[in-house]
Design a protein around this ligand. Structure first.
Ligand code: 4AD
Ligand code: MG
Length: 450
């Protein structure tokens, strides 16, 4: 027995059919006429239909039941019946109820609300059945990630969130004053520290919030998002890609197994997720460019007046955007890894391909169904001189990277890693329309409240 109160929950009702239970929760919905009141109760673990029949309760309790409003909090006692027609599959024949608080004018009613209204009321919107289901899938994905790494010999090594340097380019840094040291920045990625950790513990992962002052107004960008970043000593780019595939397959299959109810609530087509089994697709960046040219997919750039200009054929060396990614993924029903990107399109720390100095040993995993980039990773430059050169080329402050260069000075080894965006993964698996629905309290360029 636990030391704290052990309550009965809706998710365990199948164990107590025919017995009396006391449930605590909120009114999700209420209907009724004459001698019958129906309360759909939600308690965090599920919903149950509670029937209040005038003949079974005192006059006073029946009047209280009639007065109940959406989102009022209450304690309800009754007998559990199996009832396939009821939402949740069970019905409670109520014998007693106690109102904790009567809610007045709950702003989110069963009618349709606009996106901006809902996001303004995020603190309440979280109670809706869709948001509730998405958050449960998010929790399952986090558990799958942790189980996967913990079960495969990885150690969790947290990276700091306040850092003196940039990891993913200097244009998206959030800065803050840091005592006598001048500026500090919110971490864009835990990778550089994960590399130091990997050279101590071998296989590590860091899992935490990361920050990007991105001006992107897409459905896939947050300014604060969670990233899991494995980093492995002695792994090359091929090991890295294999690991990324194993992880994604594990997460998807775990959700299919444990989130049946949530995915049904979300009306997710799970036959699409069932196909997410290895082997995934792979192609090099150069092969992808050939494909874009053959299929007449242009590079789209803005001119000085902000108008779109289509450039044919797609020029080798340019990074892919949504248009190219979605065009490539159209043909696939499982993820595809694109590897060996042009040096100029990628971060300073990536290792040059020993077979082609124009490309780095980078890999991005794109998801099907317009999921976009789920994973970005690479083999790291482990040569001191080449890395030093890159840091200078990228105009990064050498002083702040001394410790990072040390890793190439004292027992440098080939090593690789990647970052998986948690919210992108939640968006894909749940089929959510917008990334703001995939994190409890989203941060975007438009909003920092609630
Ligand atoms: O490709 P990115 O920028 O890679 C890194 O940060 C590496 N340092 C990771 C590593 O090798 N350890 O980001 C990794 C992933 C992306 O593939 C995407 O899923 C997600 O993080 N991501 C974002 N998610 C939401 N909002 C944003 N603004 C994101 N930027 C990246
Ligand atoms: Mg990336």
């Amino acid at each position: 027995m636990s030391r704290y109160k052990s309550y009965q929950y809706i998710e365990n009702l199948s164990d107590v059919v025919g017995k009396e239970v006391t449930l605590r929760g909120w009114v999700f919905n209420k209907t009724g006429k004459g001698k019958l009141q129906f309360v759909i109760l939600r308690d965090g673990t599920g919903i149950a239909q509670c029937v209040i029949f005038k003949g079974n309760v005192s006059e006073e309790i029946f009047e209280q039941a009639k007065a109940l409003t959406q989102e009022s909090s209450l304690i309800i006692t009754g007998t559990v019946k199996k009832e396939d027609r009821a939402p949740g599959g069970f019905e409670i024949d109520v014998t007693d109820l106690e109102i904790l608080q009567l809610s007045k004018d709950y702003p989110i009613t069963p009618k349709e609300h606009g996106d901006s209204f809902l996001i303004e009321h995020r603190h309440l919107w979280l109670r809706s059945s869709r948001q509730h289901a998405i958050m449960r899938v998010r929790a399952a994905i986090i558990k799958a990630i942790r189980d996967f790494f913990d079960g495969n010999g990885f150690k969790l090594m947290d990276s700091p969130l306040l850092t003196p340097n940039a990891c993913e380019g200097t244009s998206t840094l959030f800065e803050t004053d840091y005592f006598d040291f001048g500026k500090a920045y919110l971490s864009q990625s835990g990778q550089l520290y994960a590399e130091a950790s990997a050279l101590s513990l071998g296989k590590v992962y860091t899992f935490g919030p990361t920050f990007r002052a991105e001006r992107s107004k897409t459905r896939k960008h947050l300014t604060e998002f969670w990233m899991v970043e494995p980093e492995m000593a002695f792994f090359d780019i091929n090991d890295d890609m294999d690991l990324a595939e194993d992880l994604i397959e594990y997460i998807v299959q775990y959700c299919l197994k444990t989130c049946t109810r949530e995915l049904a609530t979300l009306e997710r087509d799970t036959t699409k997720l069932e196909k997410v089994k290895r082997p995934f697709h792979r192609m090099s960046y150069s092969e992808a460019v050939d494909w874009l040219i053959k299929n007449k997919v242009p590079l789209i750039q803005k001119d000085s007046e902000g108008k779109d200009v289509h450039i044919h054929p797609f020029p080798w060396g340019e990074d892919f955007g949504t248009v190219q990614e979605e065009a490539i993924m159209e043909q696939f029903d499982k993820p595809c890894i694109i590897h060996r990107y042009p040096v100029g399109a990628k971060a300073f720390y990536m290792k040059q391909d020993p077979e082609n100095s124009k490309v780095v040993l980078a890999m991005d995993m794109l998801g099907p169904e317009k999921a976009g980039e789920l994973i970005g990773g690479s083999q790291r430059e482990d040569n001191y001189d080449l890395l030093l050169e890159k840091i200078k080329q990228h105009d990064l402050p050498l002083d702040e990277f001394k410790w990072y260069l040390d890793l190439r000075k004292y027992g440098s080894v080939p090593h690789s890693g990647f970052g998986l965006g948690l919210e992108r993964t939640v968006k894909w698996i749940t089929g959510a329309a917008h990334i703001r629905e995939t994190i409890p309290f989203p941060r975007t360029i438009y909003r920092i409240t609630p």
